[in-house]
Design a binder for this molecule. Structure first.
Ligand SMILES: Cc1cc2nc3c(=O)[nH]c(=O)nc-3n(C[C@H](O)[C@H](O)[C@H](O)COP(=O)(O)OP(=O)(O)OC[C@H]3O[C@@H](n4cnc5c(N)ncnc54)[C@H](O)[C@@H]3O)c2cc1C
Length: 398
């Protein structure tokens, strides 16, 4: 039985409720403190939960409530819509699931509430005070709460990260703005179980057919200024759509997908960010989890999945190791190598997405052979998607 009895979990996104659920399963009473009054941002973005994320969510029983669209394979096409290569699913694994970010938030929050985890909304962490016996969270509304440990699940702009290490790096702008929408256009022969990555002459577009709703797509626009979602939304959707239509005018199926998109359907995500390696994940009784510790680029398709994995591993460490410092160091040892490898691979994917026309043509020539020979699904996705956490296994400290 753990010597740690209580945890204050700051942030009610994905990592926070999953950590609280896993801690509860470990016999530690966890309360979630979320800055916003309730679900903040409407539907948000669409995101993909990979088999490794689904497996971590299964540990805390969230997999039951997920209503995603199963994606069994990924296909790459060139600017004329010609197939360059394809990756099928991995044998023995469930398909990835694509869903609205808000639906995933809703599912983890509902599961947390059903399991008896208390979530307190409208509590924005502002500071902390540590004593040898506990840690006190100080909220912007002047209230305070004390627990044995404090978990920073407060996202890519984490306050806890700064409180642990004032010199910690912040998010870095990738130079790309993110957009997405549903288009009424249907791409001939596109399959509803496939996510397509179209490398056109002038840019990259991802898309997948949604039964009864046309085609969902997402794409990036190089932009010098690092706009927040709010700042980007200050420009009318019609103006962004004009730029996007121009950019993809020569690409198949980008041209048709954008023509089939109503201006006011555009989802504007703002500047896409990555978090550079965070040197200090924990100090005293405070520790980071999810995007607060490791936020790979959204092109990894792994942010939420890694957040769920880290949440479960952190809870195992606190369950089995009585001293917070050793528990946190062990958690970091279990997690850092993996999350940094995913981030490095995502950085490579990002550079492919912003390739020029010549490099895209070379890729189009090489990709079919590569995916038939050395770039097998197992090689590309095996190490990420097959990762499983054995909840029942005892954690070895160190
Ligand atoms: C456009 C886009 C597309 C993406 N696509 C994918 C994808 O396909 N697959 C994937 O796996 N991931 C994807 N991601 C990443 C994924 O959304 C994140 O990795 C995931 O949400 C991280 O969860 P989290 O709980 O750590 O952080 P968040 O979801 O950001 O949650 C943090 C929470 O903390 C709260 N908070 C912040 N500060 C405080 C404070 N001081 N006090 C109290 N509460 C606070 C916030 O309000 C928020 O609710 C995408 C992200 C973007 C932007």
């Amino acid at each position: 039985m753990s010597a740690i009895k209580t945890a204050a979990v700051v942030g009610g996104g994905i990592a926070g409720p999953v950590t609280a659920l896993a801690l509860r399963r470990a016999g530690i009473e966890a309360t979630v403190y979320e800055a916003y009054e309730n679900t903040a941002d409407g539907r948000g973005a669409m995101l993909m939960v990979a088999p490794n994320g689904l497996s971590a969510l299964e540990v805390v029983g969230v997999d039951q409530g997920l209503a995603g669209q199963p994606i069994h394979r990924m296909a790459m096409t060139d600017g004329r819509g010609r197939r360059m290569g394809e990756f099928g699913g991995l044998t023995g694994l469930p398909p990835s699931q694509v869903m609205w970010r808000a639906d995933l938030y809703g599912a983890v929050r509902e599961r947390a509430a059903a399991a008896g985890v208390r979530t307190v909304y409208g509590k924005r962490l502002a500071g902390v005070e540590e004593t040898p016996a506990g840690v006190t969270a100080e909220f912007a509304d002047g209230t305070r709460v004390t627990a044995d440990v404090l978990v920073g699940a407060d996202g890519i702009r984490s306050t806890v990260r700064r409180l642990i290490d004032p010199a910690a790096p912040g998010p870095r702008y990738t130079g790309l703005l993110g957009f997405g929408a549903f288009s009424k256009a249907e791409v001939p022969r596109a399959r509803t179980d496939t996510m397509y990555f179209a490398f056109g002459e002038h840019g990259f577009l991802g898309y997948w057919p949604v039964p009864g709703q046309g085609t969902a797509w997402f794409g990036n626009l190089p932009y010098d200024e690092p706009l927040s979602a709010e700042q980007a939304r200050a420009t009318p959707s019609a103006a962004w759509m004009r730029i996007l239509r121009e950019k993809f005018a020569g690409d198949v199926p980008g041209r048709d997908l954008l023509r089939g998109t109503d201006d006011d359907e555009l989802l504007t995500f703002g500047g896409l960010e990555i978090l550079p390696s965070v040197p200090t994940w924990h100090r005293g009784r405070m520790v980071l989890v999810g995007d607060a510790a490791h936020a790979p680029s959204s092109s990894s398709g792994q942010g939420a999945s890694l957040a769920a994995e880290s949440a479960v591993q952190l809870a195992r460490c606190l369950r089995d190791i009585p001293d917070p410092d050793t528990a946190f160091a062990t958690y970091e040892r279990l997690r850092r190598g993996r999350v940094e490898k995913v981030a490095a691979q995502a950085a490579k994917t990002n550079s492919q997405k912003s390739m020029g026309p010549v490099a895209t043509k070379i890729m189009a020539l090489l990709m079919p052979l590569a995916t038939r020979t050395f770039l097998t699904p197992e090689k590309v996705f095996g190490w990420t998607h097959r990762y499983r956490i054995d909840w029942g296994a005892p954690v070895v400290p160190g």
